[in-house]
Write a protein that binds this ligand. Sequence first.
Ligand code: HEC
Ligand code: HEC
Length: 272
Amino acid sequence: MPSPGARWAIGALAISLLAGCAGDAPTSSTPPPAAATAVQPVPREPPPVAPWRGDPAREPPAPARFENPAIGRFHMRMHFRDLRRIEQLLLAGKLEDATALAPGLIAQIDDPGLARWKVHAKEVANAAVELAFAPGLDEALRRAPRIASACASCHADAQGKPVFPAPPPPLTDTSTAAARMARHVWATLRLWEGLVGPSDDRWVLGLQVLAATPLPFTALSDAPQLAAHMQQVARAQLATRPTAGLDDRAAAYGELLVTCAACHASLHVNVR
Ligand code: HEC
Ligand code: HEC
C-alpha cells in the first residue's frame, strides 16, 4: 500500500497526465468511408481468431510512427520489463515493492507521433493507478494484466505492434517440480507477450504449456485442486480463443496468477 503522500502524488500525476486527453476521440469510432457502405453488406461472422482486429470493413487509420523511434521503443521496452517485474514481485509476495513500480507505468511517453492514440495511454495510466491502490496481493495480481490489455488496445489500434524475439523452445518436462516451474515461468512470459502484443500465437503457446504440464502437489494441501483449476482456466481460454477479447484474456490471466500464488502459499514455497 503506498503511503498517503505517495498516493497523493500518484493521483496528481495521473490527473495531470490525463488532463487534455478528454477531447481526443478514439480512432476506433471513426465512421467507415462512404465507399465501404455502398458495397453489398457482407453478413457478419465471428472474427477468425483475434477479436481486436475489429471491423474488416473499416478503413484502418494510418499506422503510428514514433517521431523519436529510439526513445519511444526504449520506453516501451522498459514498460514491458516493469510489467514482468511487477508479476514476479507479486508472486514473491512483495506487494509494496510491486505497487511502487506502478507510477513508472502511469507516466507515458510524450511522442507527438502517438498523439492520436492518447486515449489508450490514458487507459494504461488508469490501469496503473488501479494497481497502485490494489488492496491486497490477489487483487494486485488481477489488476496487473489489465495494464497489459490497455497497452494492447493501443498497439492494435495504432497498428504499431511490438515484435518480440522468437521464443526459445519450452523446456522439457523432466517431471521434477523445478522443471515444471521453469515451464510455468516460460509460459507466463509468452502470456505477457500475447497480451501486450496483442499476439494470438504467443497467447496460445503460453496457455498450451499451462494446460499440459501436470503440477507437483503434496497430499494434505490445496495444491491438487489449485493445479486442476489452473489447467481448467488455461483450457477454457484455449477453447474460447476465437471470441475472447482483450478484457477476457486479462481477466483469465489474473485468475491464473492468483492460482499460482495460492499454490505457493499453500505449499509454503518461497519464490524469490
Ligand atoms: C499510445 C499508444 C501506445 C501505448 C499506450 C503503448 N504502446 Fe507500446 N508501442 C506503440 C507503438 C506505436 C509501437 C511500435 C513502434 C514502432 O516500432 O514503430 C509500440 C511498441 C512497443 C514495444 C516494442 C518496442 C521495440 O523494441 O520495438 C513494446 C515492448 C511495447 N510497445 C510495450 C508496451 C507496453 C508494455 C505498454 C503498456 C504499459 C505499451 N507498449 C503501451 C504504441 C503504444
Ligand atoms: C500446484 C501448485 C503450484 C502451482 C499452481 C504453481 N506453482 Fe510454482 N511452485 C510450486 C512448487 C512446489 C515450487 C517449488 C519447486 C521447487 O522445489 O523448486 C514452485 C516454485 C516456483 C518458482 C520458483 C522456482 C525456483 O527455482 O525458485 C516460480 C518462479 C514459480 N513457482 C512460478 C509459478 C508460476 C508463474 C505459476 C503459475 C503460472 C506457478 N508457479 C504455479 C507449486 C506450484
